[in-house]
Design a protein around this ligand. Structure first.
Ligand code: NAD
Length: 291
């Protein structure tokens, strides 16, 4: 059994990006610049955005953090996005989700210029990804691919079971793993809240991607011997023994599944850091496209 260590791999990705950014500077080229919009005071969102801004500094990118009050109108947010779209120096734009209820996620995602859509959520990015055209891949599935690639995990002909079909994780990773390239060429089964016989399906999985947001959902008796387990889940579970008042739990019952599988991602320290590394990759790519 081996850990798929997202901290180590994301550091390797960031080290490479740092070198490439330094090379750009020497060549007199522009440095990648990410703009992040954070709305309201959601604790988890604050943490995610802070990590993204910190990672930009680590790799030598510029970043601009735009904090907007939770009561900001949809119109004002769309206006801000219009300004960022027009700003040549900004290469990538991300709006941290979830948004306040009075703002349409769909409208906001579509308002981001596709060439700056480093989160890969814009319908144009998704369409290009589905058709196998060069595209910004959504950061979390892209991070998973980088992780599988780093450890040289064989994917060709394997049965990948994806639990969850959200637009940001389940659906895109299922498409990416079925593509005719490495890492891919899997036979993919997508499971969701209406799937029947989930346990039997999981038992057939050579690779299981758990992305449903239910702490410790995937138990040892749902996993076949030697499977590769990728745990995407991040849930804050109340924990009075912790100073923060909560513990982070993944979607996999890690301690029980660990001895059965060949590879597994820890939570935290697995997919989470890879998501940020993938975002940095996309931002670099967006900048390079302007050369
Ligand atoms: P979501 O709520 O949008 O989607 C959950 C999916 O799981 C749905 O498609 C639903 O049909 C399915 N589902 C729910 N209950 C199920 C059940 N009992 N059996 C089978 N399927 C079931 O969630 P999301 O945005 O895709 O996020 C999933 C988890 O991944 C969350 O814990 C989230 O915090 C985490 N996440 C982590 C990262 C990261 O960087 N590590 C990034 C994004 C999301």
């Amino acid at each position: 059994m081996k850990l798929l260590d997202g901290r180590v791999v994301s550091q390797a990705v960031k080290d490479r990006l740092k070198t490439q950014t330094e090379e750009r500077l020497i060549q007199g080229k522009k440095v990648p610049h990410l703009a992040a919009i954070l709305i309201g005071n959601n604790g988890a969102s604050e943490t995610y955005v802070a990590s993204k801004v910190k990672s930009c500094a680590e790799v030598g990118f510029k970043s601009t953090l735009i904090r907007l009050d939770g009561s900001v109108t949809e119109q004002d947010l769309l206006f801000k996005l219009g300004e960022l779209n027009e700003d040549f120096d900004i290469d990538g734009i991300l709006v941290q989700l979830p948004l306040p209820k009075h703002i349409s996620e769909e409208k906001v995602i579509e308002a981001i210029c596709a060439s700056k859509d480093v989160d890969g959520f814009h319908p144009e990015s998704v369409g290009r990804m589905v058709q196998g055209l060069p595209a910004f891949y959504p950061a979390t599935p892209y991070g998973i691919l980088l992780l599988l690639e780093h450890y040289g995990i064989e994917t060709k002909g394997k049965h990948a079971v994806v639990i969850g079909r959200s637009n940001i994780v389940g659906r895109p990773i299922s498409i990416m793993l079925s593509k005719n390239e490495y890492p891919g060429n899997c036979t993919v089964t997508v499971c969701h809240s209406h799937t029947t016989g989930l346990k039997e399906i999981c038992l057939q999985g050579d690779i299981i991607i758990a992305a449903l947001g239910r702490p410790e959902f995937l138990k040892a008796d749902m996993v076949k011997e030697g499977a590769v387990i990728v745990d995407v889940g991040i849930t804050r579970v109340p924990d009075a023994t912790k100073k923060s008042g909560f513990t982070i739990k993944g979607d996999v019952d890690f301690d029980a599944v660990f001895p059965k599988c060949s590879y597994i991602t820890p939570v935290p320290g697995g997919v989470g850091p890879m998501t940020i590394a993938a975002l940095m990759m996309n931002t670099f790519k967006a900048c390079k496209a302007k050369d």
